[in-house]
Design a protein around this ligand. Structure first.
Ligand SMILES: NC(=O)c1ccc[n+]([C@@H]2O[C@H](COP(=O)([O-])OP(=O)(O)OC[C@H]3O[C@@H](n4cnc5c(N)ncnc54)[C@H](OP(=O)(O)O)[C@@H]3O)[C@@H](O)[C@H]2O)c1
Length: 257
């Protein structure tokens, strides 16, 4: 896909990967609509001419407002980047159900409803790309973030299903599964703390800018899945080939072996 001139709606764009995506897609010539809760954060992240809409994407009303404002301003949405998301380090067996529902609401139901609001416009024009930001935790279950992994597995399955459902309509989907990215993500979780081994893993993290560049390049080559950094594929392959050994290693990192 040629990004120049396209309209991109990015959620979770006030900081982290979403803000870096805004900068990267603006450099590629996209016109931007950015959404998140923090108005000041969005204004800091917004390149000149970008539309910003502040609001909680866990609420259906915000999702509708973001799409309506984008259509009013630009008349089309070519790229939808469902990036807003949150984690939790509380074990799934004792996590408050309210938190589990909040996590699924933002990580799964918000992207789903954004797709339902945007897809009719894309179908009418016979083109569009839906980018869903999952995680390497959506390819292999991380025991320190089981609920988060479950939400990202669901998002991955949705992304693959949508690709097949919308194939005839000229709409593409791309799944993004970053490994470790240096952002405020760990500080923003709904609860719990990451095990020490996971915090130490931060030294292997890529920057949000590197992740955004991988997303831009994925869009340019119409990729189905991008997993930045690419070394993450090795971990996913090992988890598929040697599931018991990988589970034992991850449980040890979690301190539950
Ligand atoms: N960082 C990593 O290592 C990593 C790895 C794999 C996947 N990911 C995924 O990448 C995506 C972005 O994460 P990040 O690392 O950039 O995290 P981040 O720095 O915490 O940024 C999260 C973004 O989502 C927005 N957001 C959070 N809750 C929201 C809500 N209820 N309504 C609207 N916007 C909301 C935040 O803005 P406001 O606070 O202003 O609302 C912020 O812009 C997430 O889906 C995450 O799961 C991250």
């Amino acid at each position: 896909m040629k990004i120049d001139g396209k309209v991109a709606l990015i959620t979770g764009a006030s900081e982290g990967i979403g803000a870096a995506c805004a900068a990267e897609l603006a450099r590629a010539g996209a016109r931007l609509s950015l959404a998140a809760r923090s108005q000041p954060g969005l204004e800091r992240a917004a390149p000149a001419g970008a539309l910003v809409t502040a609001g909680d994407l866990a609420l259906a009303e915000t999702r509708r407002r973001v799409v309506e404002r984008t259509m009013e301003r630009f008349g089309a949405i070519d790229i939808l980047v469902n990036n807003a998301g949150v984690g939790s380090y509380v074990p799934s067996w004792c996590a408050p159900m309210e938190d589990a529902r909040r996590l699924m609401e933002l990580n799964f139901f918000a992207p789903l409803e954004m797709v339902q609001l945007v897809a009719p416009h894309m179908r009418a024009r016979g083109q569009g790309t839906i980018v869903n930001v999952s995680s390497i935790g959506g390819k292999m279950t991380l025991p320190w973030a089981t609920l988060y992994s479950a939400s990202k597995y669901a998002l991955g399955s949705l992304t693959e299903g949508l690709r097949m459902e919308l194939r005839r309509d000229g709409i593409k989907t791309m799944l993004v599964c970053p490994a470790f990215v240096k952002t405020g993500f760990q500080q923003h979780v709904l609860g719990g703390t990451a095990p020490a081994d996971v915090i130490r893993g931060r030294r292997f993290a890529i920057t949000a800018g590197e992740c955004a560049l991988a997303i831009r390049r994925g869009l340019e080559r119409d990729a189905r899945t991008v997993l930045p950094p690419r070394a993450g594929w090795l971990l996913v392959a090992l988890a598929r080939l040697f599931p018991a050994a990988m589970e034992a290693r991850l449980a040890a990192m979690n301190g539950t072996a």
